[in-house]
Design a protein around this ligand. Sequence first.
Ligand code: RFL
Ligand code: PHB
Length: 389
Amino acid sequence: MRTQVAIIGSGPSGLLLGQLLTNAGIDNIVIDRVSKDYILGRVRAGVLEEGMVGLLNRAGAGSRMHAEGLPHEGVLLAFDGQDHRIDLFGLTDKRVMVYGQTEVTHDLMDKREATGGITIYEAGNVTPHGFAGEQPYITYEMDGTTHRIDCDFIAGCDGYHGVSRKSVPEAAIKTFEKVYPFGWLGILADVPPVSHELIYANHPRGFALCSMRSETRSRYYIQCALDEKIEDWGDDRFYDELRRRLPSAHAEAMVTGPSFEKSIAPLRSFVAEPMRFGKLFLVGDAAHIVPPTGAKGLNLAASDVHYLFEGLQEFYGERSTAGIDAYSPRALKRIWKAERFSWSMTMMLHRFPDTEGFGQKIQEAELDYLVHSTAASTALAENYVGLPY
Ligand code: RFL
Ligand code: PHB
């Protein structure tokens, strides 16, 4: 087989890049090691920046999001028994869209099928080759046979555990990492959200987040120890702990009900530099991870896609390499700002094992300053709704 751009990974980065390329008449193949159903079973992000909303529109995959997504104009920060609203729209003129990553992925898969894009699922041992030279290609195994896809470029959209970054010689790549000493225990339940805007709560017992997927489906998280076992967290225990970490008015108003998904995610900050190695580009989680506190992971994947798509379009349209040459530095500039924001939200909102009472007081002082200073609230709001591309 031959294509112009071979895309490893059928997550949101790979599918969004693939659709923008298809719409621009640039041939591409998406290849993933797992099945479509497995990908659609993963519960992840829920908050989309306007930039991502615009890219989904441009991909032609935005109509269900506009019909079913919830535009939000503010978020609540809770601490010391009170909550305070950050008026995102009033401070920035921008909104965010609450719409699950699972739905984004679903819509992109539907669009890809409707426009005849090729996706190969359940491919074994996907491997990029020859990207340092002029003739890159991918190999994979299926039904006991090794297959080969020749291409002009390889887009590594295969997430943090993917093969693309690992295929780059160690000496050519520099990584930066911070691992946090806790995780998030999250549930999904068909109960109305406790608040119609997201609540990010700082509490001496640990962080809590009340998010949602719709008016009838809630997504709740609590900070937990990394060695916590899911089996030890029945729904009652989860809701009791969540309520303890919220201001009393919310705790009393909370409607509880059986969860149908429960998982623990570790928190990590990670960046790999550069994001281009000859004909191989790293995109999204393959190149960087943020802790979810800033709701930036999926949105950063989208801005990477934007820069790479522009570069590839310029290459095929004008035979200019200026855009693809600029991809890594342009993307990294925005990535580091989102890394900083996600780190600072994480540091401000979580309980750290070594800071005790002093750390708690400092966090409360920072939050109190933040919610009462227009300058500080605006800085938070600008980052939360998404910095410009
Ligand atoms: P993905 O989604 O991991 O997709 C990668 C795809 O590559 C495939 N793959 C391979 N294919 C072939 N060969 C291999 N060797 C392969 N290895 C992997 C995988 O099967 C998969 O299909 O990466 P992508 O597309 O870059 O998308 C990134 C986002 O998924 C991620 O950043 C977000 O989910 C992060 N995130 C959030 N981001 C936000 O913007 N807003 C949020 O509110 C938000 N909340 C979250 C989050 C992530 C979370 N978890 C569980 C990590 C909340 C949570 C709990
Ligand atoms: C979610 O709804 O899953 C979600 C929302 C906001 C975050 C992280 C996750 O910061």
